[in-house]
Design a protein around this ligand. Structure first.
Ligand code: 5GP
Ligand code: ZN
Length: 143
């Protein structure tokens, strides 16, 4: 539990939420300001701010719930699909600093966009630049 964290308070039952599913380590509840009917958030019960702060067990526990609830949410609201994503960090739009996975139901012709629409203008990267980025990412994992 992190002091003043609203999602820790939800995980601890200190503030109410429309919980749809719960395991020992993760909980899923309806977003209070939904982008679509059925918009659900999945959080680890222990505080972690960023995706990279999740250890393997907690990451697995969260994604287990994501994979279980996504088809259930789609069925419950008769959706045709869903976008599943995380705003990781303020630059990406994260407002609540407790990692959470958004499951946003989508409907044919709803006027929304794919996840490709979240970033700014597409960069025009040469093959050599893509090669260098791949090398740098691998090095950052290993290093
Ligand atoms: P973020 O921008 O951090 O990725 O998304 C935070 C999400 O949490 C928003 O979609 C917002 O509507 C939702 N949210 C913020 N406070 C509460 C709350 O107290 N209860 C619930 N159920 N959702 C919340
Ligand atoms: Zn928290």
């Amino acid at each position: 539990m992190s002091d003043d964290c609203i999602f820790c308070a939800i995980a601890d039952g200190e503030i109410p939420a429309r919980t749809v599913h719960e395991t020992d380590d993760a909980v899923a509840f309806l977003d209070a300001n939904p982008l679509a009917p059925g918009h659900t958030l999945v959080i680890p019960k222990t505080h972690a701010e960023r995706v990279g702060d999740l250890d393997a067990d907690l990451a697995s526990a969260v994604f287990d719930v994501v994979s279980e609830i996504t088809p259930a949410v789609e069925a419950a609201v008769d959706a045709d699909g869903a976008n599943v994503g995380i705003n990781d960090g303020e630059a990406a739009g994260q407002e609540v600093p407790h990692v959470h996975v958004h499951v946003v139901p989508r409907f044919d012709g709803d006027g929304g966009a794919p996840i490709h629409a979240v970033a700014g203008e597409r960069p025009d990267l040469a093959d050599e630049e893509l090669d260098a980025i791949a090398t740098d990412v691998s090095a950052a994992i290993d290093g």
